[in-house]
Every structure is written in C-alpha cells, then in structure tokens.
Design a protein around this ligand. Sequence first.
Ligand SMILES: *C/C=C(C)/C=C/C=C(C)/C=C/C1=C(C)CCCC1(C)C
Length: 266
Amino acid sequence: MLTKLKSKKLRTLSVVLIGLLSSSNAFAAAGSNLKSDDFVGVSFWMISMALVAATAFFFLETQRVTAKWKTSLTVSGLVTMVAAWHYFYMRDVWVATGTTPTVYRYIDWIITVPLLMVEFYLILSAITKVPAGVFWRLMIGTFVMLIAGFMGEAGYLAVLPAFIIGMAGWAFIVWEIYAGEAGKINADSAPASVQSAFKLMRAIVLFGWAIYPIGYFLGYLTGAGPESSMKMLNIVYNLADVVNKIAFGVIIWTVAVSESDKASAK
Ligand SMILES: *C/C=C(C)/C=C/C=C(C)/C=C/C1=C(C)CCCC1(C)C
C-alpha cells in the first residue's frame, strides 16, 4: 500500500518535471541564437537550468522529511518552479531583443515573493501558534514593495519616488522579522535548529534582498547609457534570484532534514 502510494506520488512528480523540461525545449527550438559574448543571456540560461534542478530536488526531498516539514519544502519547490518557467520566457525576450523582460520579471516576483513570505510563517507555525497579523503584515510590505518597483520600471511612476516607496515596503518587512512579532515568536519558542534557520532566512531577506534595489539603482539611477545599465540590471537581478530562491530553499531543506532525523531518532 505504502509503496503504491509512493510510486503514485513519484509519477505525479515526474509529470510536473517532464512538463517543465519540455516547455523549456519548445522555447529552445523556437528560440533565437544565444551569442557567446552575451553574458547576461548566458546567465539567464544557467539560472533557468539551476531552477529546474532545484525544483526536482525540493519536490523529491519532501519524501524524506516528516509531515510538518513537507509543506515548507513543497513551497520551496513551487518558488523555483514558478521562477524557472518565467526564466524560459525572460531569457527568450533578452536573447531575441536585448531588452529587459520587466513584465515577466514582476509577474514572477508577485507570485514567488509572497510564497517566500509564507515560508517564514510556515517555519514558525511548524513549532508554535502564530497570530495571523504576522502573515498579513509580511504580505502588505511585499505588495507595497513590488507594486512600487513595477510602477517605476514600467514607467507608470518616476523611477526615484517608486524606488523610495519600494524601499519603505522592504524596510517594513525587515522590521517585522527582526523587531516585530515574528522576530519575538522565534526568540521565545523555537528549538535551536529552527532559530538558526530563521536567523539565516532573515539575513537573506536583509542582505540577499538588498541585491535587488542595488540592481534597480544601477539600472535606472546612475545615469549610465541604456545598454550598459540594462545589462547591469538583469545580471544583478539574475544573481539575486540564485541566492534568494535556491539558497533560501536549501536552508529550509537543511532544517527540515535535521529536525526530521531528530524526530525519527526519538
Ligand atoms: C524571487 C524574487 C525575489 C526574492 C525578489 C525580491 C525583490 C525585491 C526585494 C525588490 C526590491 C525593490 C526595492 C526594495 C525598491 C524598489 C525596487 C525593487 C522592487 C527592486
């Protein structure tokens, strides 16, 4: 019975992964020519593949951890899967036109960043009861940050005021997880391994996420020419996604595995 259930799950997983891979193939086949000196284009390609691999890894590893950690790993896999899919489109736009795929980028962020915020909530909820206010405050900060950024990059608002509003949204998130209720819950009631994971995760939100406003600044606020500033913008955003989507998921995986091993040793 158990093996039957497991093989069914694995089948579902393989369908998802094959879907991912074949859609990437379709783009490659229809696609344009990646030039060997197009480093931004190369980074789009490499990161889209790393995201596919990370997705397979997170989904498969859900089999290995105890029930309450499965959701966190699933969410990590969803983040990298949604991002992989958008990277297939983004790299095509970049390679074919050399322009910034702003719309795809923000559609990706508006889905993946709230999911990452959900991870904080899940990590805390795996060990204690967390008030819903924590969740909503993290969401509000996220949406203010992203909507302002989009309005700036897409030209609905001047780039500088959009940047300042976006920074305020991010500052609010950082405040909540360091000094607000989320930070206090973790300090009060979490076991050591969860506390250290939580600390690493919030360091990622402070230092890893800081890479994005730096990218925005280099892309729009230095007065550099359009070609070099768009290269900077995209390469910085791409690198930031490796840290904030893949490395972030790996941190959660580390805690999930160590807490699960402890539970099964008992
Ligand atoms: C997976 C994608 C992630 C984690 C994206 C995160 C994006 C940000 C932290 C963006 C931040 C920005 C500001 C803080 C100022 C305004 C411009 C933004 C939107 C780039």
